[in-house]
Design a protein around this ligand. Structure first.
Ligand code: DSN
Length: 417
């Protein structure tokens, strides 16, 4: 079906259609190790290409500013009810166009410009929207940040000490490049001790949380946000979750629309509903368990090859490779070499990185996408070997690595049939 759709587009607009086919072939051939990417179901993908994209629906189900919204009202209500059931919470807003939009609305709801905020620093694995100086969150709020300790772990005692000293209005927990379990209960205790609100951004781990394989932030956070396209394996988009009382007290709905967004993307909301439905099935828990098994197997195989891992391992879907034992090899060089052999990953700063942000001394690796393709633990060893050869002996082993990667990819086709 996906191929028929691409054929149709190519006939209608050969210039764009050909590029979409090329991207399909790239995804088919490459081993995708970017920790924030995934391969979504055909149903979820096709819902985004449906007639729902034609509809304007500013407002919320039953309270729209346009006529003709009865169908999208039902679809959005299905998405809301499924999100609440999946994450065991009382309130869900499924309209954020992205994680960043969800985060902006939440920050505007919970704080006033100039308020003190404490979030994880981008350098240590936090996110741009958690107070980076180049983002709205760092420009309009008075942000301080916490990092990780020498061993690569969050140091909760130090975070508590900082929070008690600064007395922020808001504490942000959640990360984009942290390979360990986050103790949300401890974060809530810290927030309560200093009178702060706790907002958790669980974007990376939402799939694991849905499957009960990472402690849920929902019982502890005042507000939780996530993207829907990472481990959750849905369409590109955002989600806000909370209890009813907090949602009403901080007017979460109003802060998203009309506060920071216009018309909702009902075609994407339908795809989110489908993703939430899929995530409630037993197969989804099996999939999340496989992510954990693959990540651990890959981490162990990489360490055996000679790679160093920040924090010495992983407890979730991702790991951070510290390349400083490979003289002269930056994160950027390694990412570029991997591109040449059809392995896709992204460079990432490591703690106290000696190189600038655009270069870095590390890479981030995750297994959500390859697990969706059906890769299992046995295939993590050859992938680790390919990564090591690419890092340590590139010119000599490039052809051999390329052949191994192409045959591994060919064994796990995407969107066939
Ligand atoms: N860009 C995402 C990631 O790669 O983690 C975060 O928004």
């Amino acid at each position: 079906m996906i191929k028929e759709v691409m054929d149709y587009i190519e006939k209608a607009d050969p210039e764009v259609g050909r590029e979409i086919w090329k991207e399909y072939e790239r995804q088919q051939q490459n081993i995708e190790l970017i920790a924030s990417e995934n391969i979504i179901s055909a149903a979820s993908m096709l819902a985004m290409g449906s007639v729902l994209t034609n509809k304007y629906a500013e407002g919320y189900p039953g309270k729209r500013y346009y006529g003709g919204c009865s169908v999208v009202d039902r679809i959005e209500s299905i998405a809301i009810e499924r999100a609440k059931k999946l994450f065991h919470c009382e309130y869900a807003n499924v309209q954020p166009h992205s994680g960043a939009q969800a985060n902006m609305a939440v920050m505007m709801a919970l704080c006033s410009p100039g308020d003190k905020v404490l979030g994880m620093s981008l350098d240590a694995g936090g996110h741009l929207t958690h107070g980076s100086s180049v983002n709205f969150s760092g420009r309009y709020f008075s942000v301080s940040s916490y990092g990780i300790n020498e061993a690569g772990f969050l140091d909760y005692d130090e975070i508590e000490e900082t929070a008690l000293r600064l007395r922020p209005k808001l504490i942000i927990a959640g990360a984009s490049a942290y390979p360990r379990i986050i103790d949300f209960r401890r974060f809530r205790e810290i927030a309560d001790r200093c009178g702060a609100i706790l907002w958790v951004d669980m974007a990376h781990i939402a799939g694991l949380v849905a499957a009960g394989l990472h402690p849920s932030p929902i019982p502890y956070a005042h507000v939780t946000t996530t993207t829907t396209h990472k481990t959750l394996r849905g369409p590109r988009g955002g989600l806000i979750l909370s209890d009813k009382e907090t949602a009403e007290r901080f007017q979460l709905d109003k802060n998203l629309f009309p506060g920071s967004q216009g018309g909702p993307l009902e075609h994407v909301i339908a795809a989110k509903a489908i993703c939430f439905g899929e995530a409630m099935k037993p197969e989804f828990s099996d999939y999340q368990r496989q992510i954990l098994k693959n990540t651990r197997a890959l981490a162990e195989a990489l360490m055996l090859q000679g790679f160093r891992l920040v924090s010495g391992g992983t407890e979730n879907h991702l790991m951070l490779l510290d390349l400083t034992n490979l003289p002269g090899l930056s994160g950027k060089d390694f990412q570029n070499r991997c591109d040449e052999v059809h392995i896709t990953l992204n460079r990432n700063a490591i703690p106290n990185d000696p190189r600038p942000h655009f270069i870095t001394s590390g890479v981030r690796i995750g297994t959500a996408a390859i697990s969706s393709r059906g890769f299992t633990e046995a295939e993590m060893e050859p992938i680790a070997e390919c990564l090591w050869k690419t890092a340590a002996d590139f010119e000599k082993s490039k052809e051999e690595v390329l052949q191994t990667i192409l045959s591994l990819s060919a064994a796990h086709p995407i969107y066939e049939g």
